[in-house]
Design a protein around this ligand. Structure first.
Ligand code: 0X9
Ligand code: ZN
Length: 439
């Protein structure tokens, strides 16, 4: 009888561990708000001393009094970290206690055969699946989609850009969208896939996407950082990886923050020359094959590309240059007006609030970013989206949230593209009144 009882207890303890009701066995995300300069310093030290991953802000140097910090803490360090916070009376709460389940949910149903799925765009996909999807999308739309190999990553993975071109109009302008510059921001590549599917399925059905594609080609880079993205899919502990995966000459630490590696006030305040930080700027501007490939492509298409868009997460924001200085861009008011219109539309249609403004004033000083670099190259309409959410699930946004997150960003991108066309071109498509009522 006694051994039966022990067996019963053991089975239930195991069940408890599996279902995660015993929170201490799972990694957690803590929400922490330092109230004094001293608490800020303690928090900065804590993140470098213990194995943790900062979700928000991206690096300890951005931590400020009274602003919320989101910190991923592995189960093994939870007790120590919580005791330390309590010991210094630092306000904190558990934001997510079931990270293992959320990660499982995000990787669930990922099929190696994307053909088998009905709700393909409502799930996250491994890099292999995305490569497969790129190939299939191109093959199935030979007249409208081309794949362009723009370079390869530091681990020699291909960087594919899809070119959507719906007519042969001479002198057609173009826009660029990149996703997945930061590995752990999975909603970003999901958006690029969503955008392509929407463009192909709704051209000649939805007026806005028809007008955009009638007047612009669209270049889409679904995964700018394939090595980092692939790494986040390999094991739970790597899910929080942000940078690429290149080795450094004089350090054992891996990875460069690709959004600090562009030649825009490179490696000044807001990034770091230390390879062990999350905002490492790299050995020199464009030192990374991923940034160099994107920069080369944009340089060689700068006369046609009028609009640059980069997709990140999370925090629901629409940012524009500059991020490397507090000074205003030359067409600041125009960019502000466009961002206002895009975020208002998102609010009206989806009841989601997006903050907007120049990067440096809205979040933090962050040099070496793609948007600022593209802007200085001459692409005067340059935006960075931070998609859902505002810190509930953070990077672990469940797949069920993909449709809304992507649709609201789609509304934002379409609003911006139409505005840019209106400002710079004479539209060639027929006026709205000529469109049949069912379209
Ligand atoms: O810090 C970043 O690179 C972006 N935020 S994130 O949390 N996704 O890492 C913001 C980028 C804004 N633009 C530039 N810094 N140029
Ligand atoms: Zn990012």
């Amino acid at each position: 009888m006694k051994s039966l009882w022990i067996l019963f207890v053991l089975i239930n303890v195991q069940k408890l561990l599996k279902t995660g009701h015993c929170t201490e066995t799972q990694d957690q995300i803590l929400s922490i708000t330092p109230k004094t300069e001293e608490q800020v310093d303690i928090l900065k030290n804590l993140t470098s001393q213990y194995e943790t991953a900062l979700w928000q802000p991206a690096a300890p140097q951005y931590i400020q009094e009274e602003s919320e910090v989101h910190l991923f803490v592995p189960a093994t360090n939870l007790e120590t970290v919580k005791n330390l916070l309590q010991g210094h009376a630092i306000t904190h709460a558990v934001l997510l206690a079931n990270t293992n389940e959320l990660i499982e949910m995000q990787t669930m149903n990922d099929s190696t055969d994307p053909r088998s799925s009905t709700n393909f765009y409502e799930r996250y996909h491994s890099l292999e699946d995305i490569y497969y999807w790129i190939n299939r999308t191109t093959q199935e739309n030979l007249a409208r989609v081309k794949t362009i190999l723009i370079g390869s990553s530091s681990e020699k993975r291909p960087l594919y850009v899809l070119k959507l071109s719906l007519n042969d109009r001479a002198d057609k302008k173009a826009m660029w969208i990149d996703c997945g510059i930061h590995a752990r921001e999975w909603i970003s590549p999901a958006f690029c896939l969503w955008f392509v599917q929407h463009s192909l399925a709704f051209y000649d059905v939805n007026q806005d996407i028809t007008d955009i594609l009638d007047n612009m080609d669209i270049y889409i880079l679904p995964v700018l950082n394939p090595d980092g993205y692939s790494y986040t899919w390999t094991h739970y502990t790597n899910r929080m990886w942000r940078k690429n995966r290149s080795a450094s000459m004089n350090s054992d630490c891996i990875g460069v923050d690709l959004n600090r590696n562009f030649d825009a006030n490179w490696c000044t305040e807001g990034s770091s020359p230390n390879p062990c930080t999350e905002i490492y700027c790299g050995a020199f501007p464009e030192s990374e094959p991923e940034t160099h490939a994107v920069a080369e492509f944009l340089r060689s298409h700068k006369d046609t590309i009028q609009l640059y868009v980069s997709i990140h997460s999370y925090s629901q924001m629409l940012l524009f240059p500059y991020s490397y200085t507090l000074e205003e861009a030359e067409n600041h008011n125009e960019l502000l007006e466009i961002a206002k219109e895009a975020t208002e539309k998102i609010r009206r249609y989806y009841r989601s609030n997006y903050r907007y403004g120049s990067g440096a004033k809205t979040i933090y000083l962050a040099p070496g970013g793609s948007d600022d670099w593209a802007y200085n190259l001459g692409i005067k309409y340059s935006f960075t989206f931070e998609l859902q959410d505002r810190g509930h699930y953070g990077f672990l946004l469940p797949p069920s949230h993909i449709p809304k997150a992507c649709n609201e960003a789609l509304t934002g991108v379409k609003t911006i593209a139409l505005k840019v066309i209106e400002k710079t071109q004479t539209p060639t498509s027929p006026p709205t009144a000529a469109t049949p009522f069912w379209k």
